[in-house]
Ligand binder design. Structure first.
Ligand SMILES: Cc1ncc(COP(=O)(O)O)c(C=O)c1O
Length: 342
């Protein structure tokens, strides 16, 4: 039985078209001068996001780390929504490599997001010399561990305004900004309004085997290129990956199909008596009494979720059709009792 892999939107295989584009990519040495295909990709993403400049980096973690290293110095504090990827899923590099003390803000504004008042309060006013200085707000849209939760535009604006009002810089972890934009029916550039830097991923839902873009002002991106090299992320004929990235961007208009698949999965599970939330985007997160046990049982039945804390996470993606979701529901039905809350 072919397993239906719903662990992540990163498990996709490069399409034939993507592989062909990679094989025929025009390339140069991106460490020495610029790789022409990476340069094209960077220009296209900067324009899409309404940012001045962009830099290809191998991963989302590196994009976020470069941002934190640029914005923070030792003795600084940065704020981020609770369970943000930069807080819990990047091995603490924001603290030990970028030197910032992280502070998690509870989701008082809705799933995955704090309120502007929390930002103002948490930033505080300058204390004695031995206290931390809060310098950065790090947002995440969509918020992965809040189940792909979207921060709407008005709330994004209010959070940025609150941060700026107390002198903070703003970095946006936009690994899935595409999904937020698709859910809101907005161009992705609308959701970067006011931010100093943003990182976006091409490997999540869009099908690229690797690659993210760090974006900011032109001088910031020049500095980011030095940090990328420092971190071992300078690549040579990167256009092979750049070509994959350009093809990945062509998939943007189809992201709503993945959102529809996630919704169908949630609705199907609800029909079996599972208290599945209706996902806003492509991530369905279901708290269950025994996540490890339920995941193992589903795996045996040919459905692969991932375990996120005490929840199961299902992420439909471009390599699965709606028919695969129906089949996953058929396979999961006999195990639905394992997905019901205690
Ligand atoms: C919100 C978010 N930010 C950053 C990352 C890191 O991306 P990468 O795995 O490419 O390092 C991820 C990965 O899943 C993510 O979900």
């Amino acid at each position: 039985m072919r397993p239906i892999d719903l662990r992540s939107d990163t498990v996709t295989q490069p399409s034939k078209e993507m592989r062909a584009a990679m094989a025929s990519a025009e390339v140069g040495d991106d460490v020495l001068e610029r790789d022409p295909t990476l340069a094209r990709l960077e220009a296209r993403v900067a324009e899409l996001l309404g940012m001045e400049a962009a830099l290809w980096v191998p991963s989302g973690c590196m994009g976020n780390l470069i941002a934190l290293m640029l914005h923070l110095k030792r003795g600084d504090r940065f704020l981020a929504p609770a369970q943000a990827h930069v807080l819990g899923a990047e091995l603490g590099t924001g603290a030990w490599l970028a030197g910032g003390m992280p502070e998690a803000l509870a989701w008082e504004g809705g799933p995955g997001r704090p309120t502007p008042a929390q930002v103002t309060r948490a930033a505080g006013s300058p204390g004695p010399y031995y206290t931390l200085t809060t310098t950065l707000l790090c947002l995440e849209n969509t918020h992965n561990f809040a189940g792909g939760a979207v921060t709407p535009l008005d709330e994004h604006r209010a959070l940025v305004a609150a941060a700026k009002g107390v002198g903070l810089r703003v970095h946006l972890d936009g690994a899935r900004i595409w999904h937020a934009a698709a859910a809101l029916g907005l161009p992705p550039g609308a959701l970067t309004e006011g931010v100093d830097t943003v990182q976006v991923c091409l490997s999540k839902g869009l099908g690229a085997p690797m690659g993210s873009l760090f974006c900011g002002s032109a001088p910031t991106v020049i500095e980011a290129r030095r940090l990328r090299k420092m971190l071992g992320g300078g690549v040579r004929q990167g256009g092979v990956m750049g070509a994959a990235g350009l093809v990945a961007l062509d998939h943007l208009p189809r992201l709503p199909e993945d959102h529809a698949k996630a919704r169908r999965l949630a609705e199907g599970l609800r029909a079996f008596g599972v208290a599945a939330p209706i996902p806003e985007t492509n991530i369905l997160l279901i708290p269950v009494p025994d996540a490890g046990g339920a995941a193992a049982a589903l795996e045996t039945a040919g459905v692969r979720p991932s375990v996120v804390g005490s929840a199961l996470r299902f992420i439909p993606h471009r390599d699965l059709e709606l028919a695969d979701i129906e089949e996953a529901l058929r396979r999961a039905e006999p195990l639905a009792h394992l997905l019901r809350s205690a």
